[in-house]
Unconditional design. Structure first.
Ligand code: ZN
Length: 505
């Protein structure tokens, strides 16, 4: 039997190697999304395939299995960090090795075909063309979840994959609360007397042009405003904004620059900046181990939405943003006040497309997907009936009906790739952010700080309660330890009610 010191040393070496593969893959895909020439696709795909294959071998290796067993069989010889590492690495190991190789290969090839079929179906507004692929994808996802855990209901296993500990009991309650409170709030905003003025203000703002090169400078100002260390984080543009972090000192994000849409770059930059701050704030003692990762998709999303919405779209911080924007675009901003800027940033109207949704209506888009996924995996619905169900739910929750499936059920790529159980994280992230804000309000003069534009204390709170923890705790432990109580939808609903009653009430 190996001595514990040796086991940890070998595990460290193995994780350093895994991190190197991760670094290479992330940098290549970053390059592909940003600066790489158009014709480089095949060259990069080949390189990524080979490096990805090596990384896969390492994460499923007997060597790793033996090191994990040494810790699992003699827990008394190891400290807490070692045990959490073993637990996390075992989870990944099991998820990958529980699937027979031939089935996994078959699924990989189906994924590629299914994504292509989805693209064609979306283009031609032809759900029937995509339906047989979706049926097959659901079949694979079901059997993979069962291989991993045959005792837990399939959809709970899927939810747990993206957010450890999450299940339909928690989410049913969460979405029931949201539905009860948000549907009337959205109706109120839609029929408000103030709506006409807000729409006019919004359209006027959108009619102006904002030079893309100056928008780029503004992104730098925003990084400074939320204290992003530009020596450890770079930024540029891509079609869809995203953040990629391989180490505290090696983080990048992208944003989108459109000449007629200043808000797009401002709020995407703050959103991705929030993700980047999380990656950059991980604890140095956990470097090159699986503990040095954002703990979950929803907690990651809580960071991005906190900086984008709870800070960026608050009336108190809007003054700071307004001043930053005005310095770069004095002509366009003449005639607007910082209150106008706040109102424009929070204009709400039900839309068909999730990624274009505003803060108030966003979660209802997620609720539709959650309810449909639940039905898919409880076998209570035929895939062919999904489009009608989708449209009925949009009518019920948002009061609008998609005129076709391209603007309805075919809008998201996720299901074609087998990403099921993933959507709820987006909504949970917003709710976590509001729970964090509520606790901060008890501990400091939150509004005063937003008004002053000095986020030092807020950043420090987030760093200590979330960033430095990395993956040392589970998502629910992080929420509970940071806020003194388990997760509750209440704070998010209160936050939205407060804000939208102020604007539309
Ligand atoms: Zn995000």
């Amino acid at each position: 039997m190996k001595a514990p010191k040796q086991v940890i040393e070998e595990l460290n070496q193995l994780e350093i190697k895994m991190a190197a593969y991760k670094n290479a893959l992330a940098t290549m895909s970053w390059d592909g999304a940003t600066f790489a020439p158009k014709n480089s696709v095949n060259d990069r795909a080949q390189a990524m395939g080979i490096i990805g294959g090596e990384a896969f071998k390492l994460t499923t290796s007997d060597e790793l299995d033996e090191l994990l067993k040494a810790i699992e069989e003699n827990p008394q010889d190891y400290d807490k960090k070692a045990k959490v590492r073993a637990e996390l690495l075992r989870r990944d190991y099991k998820r990958t090795t529980c699937i027979p190789v031939e089935e996994f290969m078959e699924f990989m090839s189906l994924q590629a075909k299914s994504s292509a079929a989805w693209e064609k179906a979306k283009e031609e507004d032809d759900f029937a063309y995509f339906a047989p692929y979706l049926k097959k994808v659901i079949g694979f996802v079901k059997s993979f979840a069962t291989y991993f855990d045959s005792k837990t209901p399939v959809y709970d296993t899927l939810l747990d994959e993206y957010e450890r500990g999450l299940n339909t009991i928690v989410l049913d309650e969460f979405f029931a609360d949201l539905k009860a409170e948000l549907v009337p709030l959205i109706r109120m905003a839609s029929s408000s007397d103030k709506k006409e003025n807000i729409e006019r203000l919004y359209a006027d703002f959108k009619s102006k042009k904002y030079d893309v090169n100056i928008q780029r400078e503004l992104t730098g100002d925003l990084c400074d405003a939320i204290s992003i260390d530009k020596d450890s984080c770079s930024y540029t543009q891509s079609v869809h904004p995203f953040t990629s972090g391989t180490h505290r000192t090696n983080t990048r994000f992208t944003t989108v620059y459109r000449e007629k849409d200043l808000q797009m770059s401002v709020y995407s930059s703050l959103h991705e900046g929030g993700h980047a701050k999380y990656e950059m704030g991980l604890n140095p003692v956990d470097d090159y181990t699986c503990l040095s990762n954002g703990v979950s998709m929803a907690v990651h999303e809580s960071q991005s939405r906190f900086y984008e919405n709870n800070i960026g779209r608050s009336s108190e911080y809007s003054k700071t943003l307004y001043n930053l924007v005005k310095k770069r675009f004095p002509e366009q901003m003449a005639g607007y006040t910082s209150e106008d800027f706040f109102t424009i940033a929070n204009r709400s109207t039900p839309t068909l497309i999730r990624v274009q949704a505003d803060e108030l209506t966003y979660c209802l888009h997620i609720m539709v997907r959650y309810e449909m996924e639940k039905l898919m995996f409880n076998s209570e619905i035929d895939v062919d009936d999904l489009p009608k169900l989708w449209n009925d739910k949009y009518e019920e929750y948002l009061g609008i009906v998609p005129p076709n499936n391209a603007l309805g059920i075919l809008q998201d790529v996720h299901w074609s790739e087998g990403l099921m159980g993933y959507f709820p994280s987006y909504a949970l992230g917003s709710a976590y952010a509001s729970q964090f804000e509520t606790t901060m309000r008890k501990e400091m003069d939150f509004d005063g700080m937003l008004k002053s534009g000095d986020l030092t204390q807020i950043n420090k709170w987030m760093s200590e309660k979330v960033h430095l923890i990395g993956s040392n705790k589970t998502p629910s432990q992080i929420i509970e330890d940071a806020t003194g109580e388990p997760f509750s939808a209440k704070y998010y609903i209160d936050y939205l009610k407060r804000k939208y009653t102020k604007i539309y009430g």
